[in-house]
Design a protein around this ligand. Structure first.
Ligand SMILES: [Zn+2]
Length: 105
């Protein structure tokens, strides 16, 4: 399951992902405090680059559920930052012809 964490800036998180560990997260199911479980690296792409960021997993022992902390600049199963996707959609909607320059034809 995913726990969305709001208000994190991409560059700040990239420089110090451990900052999310300062907060206490309650289990959405039972309200008890979640314990730290695991971490993993995830590849993300952004305007002109890519990086590996650390994501953390938490666990509620009584419920037996595991949660992934998902900064709100990421979306589940998406490689690009949310802001990059939003900008591309907005650009396409306001000026669809501007996407033609990326075509190889
Ligand atoms: Zn629980």
């Amino acid at each position: 399951m995913i726990l969305s964490v709001r208000g994190l800036a991409f560059k700040g998180y990239l420089a110090n992902p451990e900052s999310v560990r300062q907060a206490k997260y309650p289990c959405p199911q039972c309200g008890r405090r979640l314990s730290w479980h695991d971490r993993f690296l995830r590849g993300v792409r952004f305007g002109g680059g890519q990086a590996s960021i650390t994501q953390f997993r938490l666990r509620c022992r009584p419920c037996g559920l595991t949660f992934t902390l998902q900064p709100d600049f990421l979306r589940p199963r998406q490689r690009y930052l949310a802001g990059v996707q939003e900008h591309a959609v907005e650009r396409y909607l306001t000026s669809p012809d501007s996407f033609l320059w990326e075509s190889t034809s």
